[in-house]
Design a protein around this ligand. Structure first.
Ligand SMILES: Cc1ncc(COP(=O)(O)O)c(C=O)c1O
Length: 392
């Protein structure tokens, strides 16, 4: 039985506020905070750098966390790189892939800046980038990707779930289409990992980037990058932790995943992430998805019934809904919800300007749900937006 009240006890801040900005970052459950405190109070030490027992304990805890995340996404641990965030993960692929002049990359207009800017930047090297259109609900038609593939195409990079529309892309078909032409695919899973079941073995994408601090409920400063074939990417940062031998003229780099994690890693953050993923496993991501999608569906339906409110995205949406109230600035709506209703929502362009320019809107407010939100909180949102619409 899904007991949201029991879940909420693990997130004390929820007693004080209605938090509907989970697309940006989620709250972290107590067991994960406790795991981080345990690291700080009892075994702070560096990773793999010492023969002493504290370093061994810290290293083991870090690797246990990697195992937790890898098994949660059904991938081998040695292919799961621990990063700072989704953006870091995508940039590791963009900068480590070795794109050359004449190469071609395909992405889409629905992407978050993190999954479009690193590709556009490759133009500096003479790489061409096709940015395929979406429909008015934020969906990519896989045929549009297929139509862009040429002999020069080296990568397709698309998001699983849009952070603006809540649209869930048909990534299985996109991956199959690209693979038919031997083109690898990167999936931006920032809004999907922890919100919907992700099985990387079954999905068969080549790269999967996600945040630790969103659906996976981990602390900020954590992210993941799955590399199906790690040898296709060169590490973009080398030094301590990545080197197995060196002299004054040359060096030997370790095997993945260590080769991709230069310098002292975010040990407390990763240990917290491991604990939050174990927490999520107990609740079950399919249960979480059902809960979040039901809340978003209800919120979208009721928002769309308010005079002067526009909503975006498909009917079958993931757990978020973006909206505008008459011609009010999205920040004005968010500030009023904050001030008068104690509700936190995101507002602005959501770091996804191309999609909003494509649709001709100047940003939106967004309510994004997590496993701990309740129908009462949807009621509060609706009442707040109704009042704002009436006043304007
Ligand atoms: C679809 C999508 N991609 C990438 C990002 C960037 O994530 P991060 O903050 O972990 O770098 C976000 C953040 O909201 C996102 O929604």
């Amino acid at each position: 039985m899904y007991d949201v009240n029991l879940i909420r006890k693990d997130f004390p801040v929820l007693e004080k506020v209605i938090y509907l900005d989970n697309g940006a970052t989620t709250q972290t459950p107590k067991p994960a905070v406790d795991a981080m405190l345990d690291f700080y109070y009892n075994y702070t030490a560096n990773y793999g750098r010492g023969a002493h027992h504290l370093s061994i304990a810290a290293t083991n805890a870090y690797e246990d966390a990697r195992d937790s995340v890898a098994s949660f996404l059904n991938a081998p641990s040695e292919k799961m790189i621990l990063t700072k965030n989704t953006t870091d993960s995508i940039n590791m692929v963009a900068n480590g892939f070795g794109f050359e002049s004449g190469d071609h990359i395909i992405t889409s207009v629905v992407e978050h800046h993190s999954n479009i800017v690193p590709w556009l930047r490759q133009k500096e090297k003479g790489v061409s980038v096709s940015v395929v259109d979406i429909d008015s609900e934020g969906m990519i038609d896989p045929k549009n990707i297929e139509a862009e593939i040429t002999e020069q195409t080296k990568l397709v990079a698309v998001s699983h779930i849009s952070n603006v529309f809540g649209s869930v892309q048909d990534i299985k078909t996109i991956i199959q289409i690209a693979h038919k032409s031997n083109v690898p695919v990167l999936i931006d899973g920032a809004q999907s990992a922890g919100h919907t079941p992700v099985d990387l073995k079954e999905l068969d994408c080549d790269y999967f980037a996600a945040a630790g601090h969103k659906g996976l409920l981990g602390p900020q400063g954590t992210g993941v990058l799955y590399l199906k074939n790690p040898e296709t990417i060169k590490p973009t940062s080398l030094g301590g932790g990545t080197t197995s031998d060196a002299d004054r003229t040359c060096f030997v780099t370790k095997e993945p995943p260590e080769s991709f994690e230069a310098g002292t890693p975010n040990l407390p953050g990763v240990i917290g992430l491991g604990a939050s993923v174990e927490y999520l496993k107990k609740i079950g991501v399919a249960n979480v998805e059902k809960h979040e999608v039901a809340l978003a569906k209800e919120a979208a339906k009721r928002l769309s019934e308010i005079d002067g409110v526009s909503i975006y995205g498909p009917k079958e949406r993931a757990g978020l809904v973006a909206f505008n109230v008459k011609d009010l600035e999205p920040h004005t709506v968010a500030m009023r919800l904050d001030k008068y209703d104690n509700i936190c929502v995101r507002s602005g362009f959501h770091c996804a300007m191309p999609s909003q320019k494509f649709l001709g809107i100047k940003g939106s407010s967004r309510a994004s749900f997590a496993l701990y939100n309740t129908p009462d909180e949807v009621d509060a949102l609706i009442e707040g937006v109704k009042r704002i619409a009436k006043e304007s």
